[in-house]
Design a protein around this ligand. Sequence first.
Ligand code: ARG
Ligand code: ZN
Length: 844
Amino acid sequence: ETIFLADYTPPGWLVEDVSLTFRLAPDATRVLSRIRFRPNPDGTQDRFFLHGEKLTLISARIDGAPVTPDVTDEGLTCAVPDGAFTWETEVEIAPAQNFALEGLYMSNGMYCTQCEAEGFRKITYYPDRPDVMATFTVRIESDLPVMLSNGNPGASGPGWTEWHDPWPKPAYLFALVAGDLIAHPDSFTTQSGKDVALNIWVRPGDEGKCAFGMEALKKSMKWDEEVYGREYDLDIFNIVAVDDFNMGAMENKGLNVFNSSCVLASPETSTDGNFERVEAIIAHEYFHNWTGNRITCRDWFQLCLKEGLTVFRDSQFTSDMRSAPVKRISDVIALRARQFREDNGPLAHPVRPESFREINNFYTATVYEKGAEVIGMLKRLVGDEAYEKACDLYFTRHDGQACTIEDWLQVFTEATGRDLGQFKRWYSQAGTPRLTLRETWDEGTLTLHFSQRTPPTPGQTDKQPQVLPIAVGLIGPDGEEVQETTLLEMTETEQSFSFSGLGARPVASVLRGFSAPVILQRDQDNADRAFLLAHDTDPYCRWEAGRALAKQALMRMITDDAPADPAYLGALTTLLGDETLDPAFRALAMALPSEDDLAQSLADTGHVPDPQRIWDKREAMRDAMADFMPDLLAQLFDAHQVPGRYAPEAAPAAARALANSALALLSRRDGGERARVQYAEADNMTQQLAALSCLLSIGMADDALGAFYDQWQSDRLVIDKWFSLQVAFAAPDQTAATAARLAGHPDFDMKNPNRFRATFGALAASPAGFHHASGAGYRLLADWLIRLDALNPQTTARMSTAFETWKRFDADRQDMIRAELERILSRDGLSRDTSEMITRILAA
Ligand code: ARG
Ligand code: ZN
């Protein structure tokens, strides 16, 4: 039951076209299929097999004559004629009973589908693999007012609607939606002058939350034309908001389906962060139309071919729409928090995995975010022009095909003449490389001595050196840049690079723009860090210098009981008071390294992290910050109030971010006075939620929490925030109890992934609470994962990653976690998804 990349074989039969009829009914939907098969000249299988799971087969025919296939839990086999034939089946499914949210299911009375990766086989019998591409015609029968599928609309009549998708696609891009929906309509004219109808479809009541998403869609369409030369290719583009959804969104051809939290937005109900996320996800799904749909993956091992590239494209888009430095720093923070954590634990796997049991478990930070970093490195190595040339070649050569990483690298080899053999290790070698830097200075010559080492990961003990693009600049003692950014290409285990003709010894600014996803280990004194924090021209390195100072100070507080370092506090004060700096950058600089980041660093340096102590010392540092710069904080807070109507744009959002970071510290000393005023006066969710968070963090939020609930009771997405904030801001010894209490609240619904994540995701994301010495956090999460697995394996498996860091901790905690993992694993009927994850975590 383990599937290997090395075992790939081409399909035995190809599909000419597919015609589907859906007779929708909640407990007994009939799906009729008519599929024209022809033998694949390159095929090697001689047994005709169609995937199919949880289907009731009513009838099957070949070329009109009834047949009796052999049916198992996984699909069917059947004797078939030589040559081409037409296959027809009728099956019955029960969308109202489908709580896994994969295949055809129901959400608030609306029918919808999620087929990636292998959900189509829960709809009808089919070769459910991405290298089988076909055109689809779909007829939907129901008395619901709106019935949607992929492609362009066809004929319709009372109780039925037809759709035709002229672009051959794999089954994972199939989608169907039917319900009582309202459109937010608009249109877009492509660069070649074609008019495209655009719609965002929502449940009645959500019409007022579509305008921002629609603008984001139009910006994305224009951007992909301008930057990648990619035009949209159907008459219509539909987006649907669905409340019950396992992930963020899905790029089905012409019919993107979104978790409502990733498309709906309004000033009153969404934070600045929510707006930015909506814009990025709309772009991401739209960009998949070329990188994913027109060119898809040969098999699921190639997932990063579409996901890494599309994440890279959506971050380029966000950088162009907003602040590029802020986007880069935020991406680095997220990469370290999620991907480095994964890469340094039992779930580490290559960007292109070589085996899996359940593919849904590989929609990971490594495939997505590290996959995007790999594209970024490639672009940096070959340069912008060659990148563009290679992409153009990729689009022309592979349009309409199901491709591999080899195809992707080949266009770069041809466009640049480069041998990418060693670079390819980024796709096959798991683990985060450690890059160590030592410097020597000799009469006007600075030499950087690098060495690289990647620690072993599960199944991979020996690592080879990788190609590391290291962007470097040099800053002279007077603060002037004496060497602008230059790219060093490291290919060996140890390699030195010299800069000569220098007057005085400069300070090296290394790994500019975070040019490779590595952990840079560098013995640098705090004076040099403070110097870079003050003078570096590269925003990432400048931010990183401040973060290194903060981290060093916190580590010493944790390991040596040192007081908060006044040198750090002084350097931060200077930076925060520098009005020439982007407020968003200053807000980022003010944020301390996360508890999880500190725990990882402690473990890396031979300490056993104590989550409670980490929490205490971060709190102590924040108190010290509040005491060190009270006037500056008050001034930052006052000076960055945004007057007038709320706009979800980068500049006012940056001001709010800085003012609210200041407010969080001020609240520790003003008894919540400012926060209460802000809460009372707020006319947008960013300000309201920031104020509520401040009050929660000082334990003075009882009134505000009640008022917030009363105000937003009928808004699901806002109530999700109400659930998660209470868990996130609970004192560590109350975190589990708070989550348990909320799980008993009438508004808690374990079938809704957003609500489940709001509650238990917040528990898992609060290390001091989750890892509380009582073990209450572990027990509670395990209880609920067991319950959820029976309904929704995908979300359960995803949330089990809460335990992936368990080997960092002391023996007592490890024993408690092992016991919970074993308790989960011993459950009868545990899903393949969860069992694979728990087994891998336990094997650490
Ligand atoms: N392709 C979708 C996206 O990246 C995500 C699909 C996730 N599917 C899953 N089974 N986890 O936009
Ligand atoms: Zn994607």
